[in-house]
Design a protein around this ligand. Sequence first.
Ligand code: FAD
Ligand code: SF4
Length: 508
Amino acid sequence: MTRLVLVLGDQLSPDVAALRAADKSADIVVMAEVMEEGSYVPHHPKKIALILSAMRHFAEDLRADGWQVLYSRLDDADNAGSIPGELLRRAEETGASEVLATRPGEWRLIEALDAMPVPVHMHEDDRFVCSHKEFDAWAEGRKELRMEYFYREMRRKTGLMMDGDKPAGGKWNYDHDNRKPAQADMLRSQPMQFTPDDITEEVLDLVGDRFGGNFGTLRPFRFAVTRGQARRALDHFAKELLAGFGDYQDAMLRDDRFLHHSVLSPYLNIGLLSPLEICERVEREWRAGNVPINAAEGYIRQVIGWREYMRGIYFREGPEYPRRNALNHQRGLPDLYWGGETGMECLKRAVEQTRDEAYAHHIQRLMVTGNFALLAGINPTVLHEWYLSVYADAFEWVEAPNTVGMSQFADGGIVGSKPYVSSGNYIDRMSDYCGACAYSVKAKTGEGACPFNLLYWHFLTRHRDRFARNPRMAQMYRTWDRMDADKRDTILAEAEGFLDRLGRGEAV
Ligand code: FAD
Ligand code: SF4
């Protein structure tokens, strides 16, 4: 009996669970480019091109490996337009009566497959360090789900950066060494780039044709689209950039979009690389004495700590998680997030690079676009759809807990124990944006005062009931309370004026 083996666009790993469960001599792999997946949010054209090109290359690899593959292109005349639709069409065509699938990373697709009229055998996606069962067992009975404790479990489980049962170097976490601002450096290496081959060129034409109106620049397109290329990108990062990863992890520079970041998340999230192979490589560099411990530990923490933790939260919290709005923020997304005019240099730069690269690094996402949205009270669901659209690495299982949880506190404090908010001072300390800004970061009120300075206090004031008793925020409220009453009134009135202009759609 023939079975169909579904391989989705973010499941491009030769050892993915459904392929392992299948019989190469009898079962048929189904891969499908479908409009529904291309348009459930207005994805960045580079993100769509990355996924489609990597899918086409992966299908070729599977065929070369002896698999029979039925591949549907987006522009095929009989393309049914959705994953379930394509599976049913292929089932009819081949007489197959069962589907093997690897559990998708998104509730939307899990529900669509569950509702199929043919039996779908869903295998757990085990390309992660932590299974759902393990995460739930860790979370069970805990009052707070703090990432740090989860991370230590993952260190023990994998043995990464461990000396026996002790953390290598004697400490679990070297984060306090990782907050240095960066200097411009013309000689700093950049993440590895790749010239598109014929397959990618064909995809770029198709994407330009179908999705050219979406926010984002399609060309030049320089992403890796095969496992071989992604491994070269990892090698390059490990040799050239990893050493400075820790020190400059939180830094931002106007003319350096990547600094020491790896830009490996797009490859990791579609399956071209595995989390363990990346972390093992990073640890080897440290053990060989090529990189400092704060770089290696810091990097490994992001991958087996934050990345696995976010996935655990997404699946534990259920399908409604992306729509949570604990702070009841209702403002629409300002036009500046889609490239509209703004005098705020930090936001302008973060959005510009998002448009060009389908990439911004963590601190830009958290402390610039995320921080501003939280301070301005933007609806977290709308913001979630923006992040899900504009980044090449954006898949709901990892994007939603980062946006709704970490960045917007919209889950009420599951991911974070306090909201990530800051005034302009933090951005000034960690970047060179403020020197080129139309606003003054030093001005706390009055003409040209940095909007982050005004909105920061506005946020704390409007959420006083919720946060004043939080021990990690009490100091901020004390500072506010000690301020001269007139000054407080001025700050709040100017913040209101700014929010009114934002609400009217004026350029700010
Ligand atoms: P590096 O800085 O080189 O970090 C190394 C790796 O660690 C990354 O490749 C990534 O796999 C992992 N990592 C680091 N931080 C996180 C984190 N907080 N959560 C999960 N993995 C992490 N990451 C995504 O992969 N997809 C998303 O859609 C996404 N959306 C985000 C939205 C917001 C609002 C915020 C604040 C963060 C988001 N992140 C997301 C996390 C993080 O910003 C990206 O993983 C990182 O910027 C990817 O770039 P990089 O590969 O150069 O990372
Ligand atoms: Fe951003 Fe304020 Fe600095 Fe301008 S002054 S770049 S708005 S933090």
